[in-house]
Write a protein that binds this ligand. Structure first.
Ligand code: ADP
Ligand code: MG
Length: 587
């Protein structure tokens, strides 16, 4: 197998790692460092600079440099530097090319394959943009791995016998990500994830810059426009002071003059940890929301989480550590360097994809980080309003997964329904991302309210299969959407779709379950009033469970229905069906 590199393509810093000799290791760049700043600049000669060199250039010539472009991934935004225009994908590709060269120099061979990490909440467009950036850099992206999952993989790899529930708190330069997961003897199960795209270490630096300027009667935004060199130099000073406060009790900030120069007697501002804490407190408070959301989605309580893992350079700050400790009532763990865990985990994923023997006992299950669904109309009195979103697969569902929902015709004799398929969490589809459409035709004439079953099956490669079945007919329509899996060939997609069949679990299709429903419906008409509502309730549960595609729910609901029928004096003779009536092929 040719080498597969793991890349953490960060907002502030990017890293590259490989898996060899049975463990992941970081690759150093031409400067002998593992962190390559995600900064691109153009020097006087028109030459493109990437990484530490561009970071230097940024201090003296901020207008010739671009950074934090990860925040614009998936948008059309372009910037002009030194008379040349760039989009976020091209800029990211430059960083990736630089990492690819470093890896090739270290490995002594060319590299064509990579696993690249992305924030868990990155949407379809942002993920695609990242893949395109990889392609522009000559890298085939075998997998986009969620950053917190990567961090957990590093912990999971080094501590395989562990059995615990953990939460990864990843605060980088510009993004914040939280993920709850279960680690059980080498098996990693992602339970939920949440995050914010506009919250990171840079916001702490900005706040410090604003505070210093404020003390001198200046406003950050105005100064940025009028005295860009002053702000650039001051930002560098504040960044250094911020980092110093992570392992010193005090730091000082030199203040440059209006043209950005430090004179021998330039003013100096000194601050200690508690002052810093006070300044950044409003930003620290914003950490609570995504953490709360991830925990709520996991249906756990903070005290159920046995370990809090820190990732991302900005988690080195004391105010952040103290906040986390207070929130969870226990100190966070960081046995691995928070700057490095994500890249190392990407290398572990690369090893999993290369079937490396050193990870043969590791298994990872991931979740669908966004909700997938269709557009529906809602009835308001006599009229209908369209544009509403009906989720079919909810975010944080373990993948691969197959789920069903029911939509209905809204007019008598309606022959056609067009399903618009969206991804997102908003209530209205206009705020979500359109993935594609599927037209369902040949609906038999009849009153409005005819049922169409919509089935979504989503796999680990990001392939979504959408099927529709017209109620009361054998008509079946389907489409395969590969927005999240653009780099797979037609053959690979076909193979993945074949494999997805085994995920589907819709016992409603099984005649044995249909018979049980008919039996229970008959009982409803024959049993006394009290028994009737009991049976009706159990039957409703059973039908919902059958349509849900969730095995455990189905078995529980079936048991519940059988017990209810027996309790009201109508035991159902399931005969040989009992163990096999689940409607899938592996029985
Ligand atoms: P990203 O993943 O977004 O590239 P990183 O994980 O590399 O980000 O974190 C970068 C952020 O961490 C920057 O805002 C940087 O200032 C901050 N940072 C790095 N080291 C320290 C430190 N020792 N103390 C405080 N902040 C730090
Ligand atoms: Mg990061």
């Amino acid at each position: 197998m040719p080498p597969v590199i793991g890349i953490d393509l960060g907002t502030s810093n990017s890293l590259c790692a490989v898996f060899d000799g049975g463990r992941p290791r970081l690759i150093t760049n031409a400067h002998g460092e593992v962190l390559t700043p995600s900064i691109v600049g153009v020097d006087d000669k028109g030459q493109i600079l990437v990484g530490a060199t561009a970071k230097e250039l940024r201090v003296t010539r901020p207008a010739s440099c671009v950074w934090a472009f990860k925040r614009w991934m998936g948008t059309e935004r372009r910037v002009e530097i030194a008379g040349r225009e760039f989009g976020p994908q091209e800029l990211s590709a430059m960083v990736l090319t630089s990492l690819k060269h470093d890896a090739e120099a270290a490995l002594g061979e060319t590299v064509h394959h990579a696993v690249i990490t992305v924030p868990a909440y990155f949407n379809d467009n942002q993920r695609n943009a990242t893949k395109v950036a990889g392609e522009l850099a000559g890298l085939r992206v075998l997998r986009l791995l969620n950053e917190p999952t990567a961090a957990a993989l590093t912990y999971g790899f080094h501590d395989r016998d562990a059995e615990r529930r953990l939460i990864v708190i990843d605060l980088g330069g510009g993004t914040f990500d939280v993920t709850v997961m279960d680690v059980f003897q080498g098996t990693l199960e992602i339970i939920s994830t949440a995050g914010e795209g506009m919250l990171g270490g840079e916001d702490f630096t900005d706040r410090l810059v604003a505070w210093v300027l404020d003390g001198r009667g200046l406003n950050l935004e105005t100064a940025e426009m009028r005295q860009p060199l002053l702000v650039a130099r001051l930002r560098r000073e504040c960044e250094v002071a911020k980092c110093r406060l992570s392992d010193h009790s005090e730091a000082s900030i030199r203040i440059p003059d209006m043209s950005g120069r430090f004179s021998d007697d330039c003013p100096i501002v000194t601050l200690d940890r508690s002052e810093f804490q006070r300044i950044v407190d409003p930003i620290v408070e914003r950490l609570a929301r995504p953490i709360g959301k991830a925990i709520r989605d996991s249906r756990l309580r903070p005290e159920d989480l046995q370990e809090v893992i820190l990732a991302g350079g900005a988690t080195r700050m004391w105010p952040v550590r103290e906040f986390v400790e207070k929130y969870f009532g226990r100190p966070p763990v960081c046995t691995h360097d928070p700057d490095e865990v994500v890249a190392l985990g990407a290398a572990v994923q690369a090893a999993l994809m290369s079937d490396d023997a050193a990870v043969s006992d590791m298994v990872m299950t991931d979740i669908c980080p966004f909700t997938l669904g269709v557009e529906i109309c809602k009835e308001f009195g006599q009229s209908y309003a369209d544009g509403y979103f009906l989720p079919v697969i909810h975010r944080n569902t373990t993948i691969p997964v197959s789920r069903e929902q029911i939509v209905q015709t809204i007019r008598p004799n309606q022959q056609e329904v067009t399903l618009s398929i969206y991804q997102g969490d908003a209530r209205k589809v206009k705020d979500n991302v359109l993935l594609g459409r599927l037209t369902v035709s040949g609906i038999p004439p009849g009153p409005s309210g005819l049922v169409v079953h919509v089935r979504f099956t989503y796999d680990i490669n990001g392939i979504l299969e959408v099927e529709a079945f017209v109620g009361g007919t054998t008509k079946h329509f389907s489409t395969v959407l590969t927005h999240n899996a653009k780099n797979l060939s037609k053959r690979e997609i076909a193979a993945a779709v074949r494999l997805m069949q085994s995920v589907k679990f819709f016992p409603r299709d099984d005649v044995r379950n249909q018979r049980l429903v008919l039996f229970a419906e008959r009982v409803v008409g024959e049993v006394g009033t009290f028994g009737r509502s009991e049976v009706e309730m159990a039957l409703d549960q059973f039908e919902q469970a059958m349509a849900s595609g969730e095995r455990e729910w189905f078995y529980a609901a079936r048991r519940g229905l059988l017990e209810t029928l027996a309790a009201v004096g109508f035991p159902y003779d399931a005969g040989d069906d009992e163990e096999t009536s689940h409607g899938d092929d592996d029985s």
